[in-house]
Design a protein around this ligand. Structure first.
Ligand SMILES: [Zn+2]
Length: 104
């Protein structure tokens, strides 16, 4: 699974760049990961798919490019760059446990 490895690397790099404030460059890396996944017909693993905004492709980092709130067992993630909002129900303990612990 060479392609998958490459996609993960690109998204991790994008995240690192975003942390350094290189938002535009970070976005380019995410876009490249998406193009690459299409080209190679390789799916982006779900946990990595959740690491970036589906609308503006900025890596989502809580407190930096993303706001997280929990409202009546629903995790609300907001992209601070473009305002994209996504809701995740927290009923499924196994899947969303990591989100719960990260959000305070
Ligand atoms: Zn966005």
């Amino acid at each position: 699974m060479k392609a998958k490895r490459r996609i993960i690397e690109l998204i991790e790099m994008a995240e690192e760049l975003a942390r350094q404030g290189e938002i535009e460059l970070a976005r380019k890396y995410v876009k490249y990961a998406i193009v690459y996944s299409r080209k190679t017909k390789t799916k982006i693993p779900l946990e990595f798919k959740r690491k970036f905004c589906r609308k503006c492709y900025v890596p989502l980092i809580p407190g930096l490019t993303e706001r997280r709130r929990i409202k009546s067992k629903i995790l609300v993630r907001t992209c601070l760059i473009c305002g994209w909002v996504r809701r995740y129900p927290l009923r499924n303990k196994g899947v969303n446990k990591d989100y719960k612990s990260e959000t305070r």
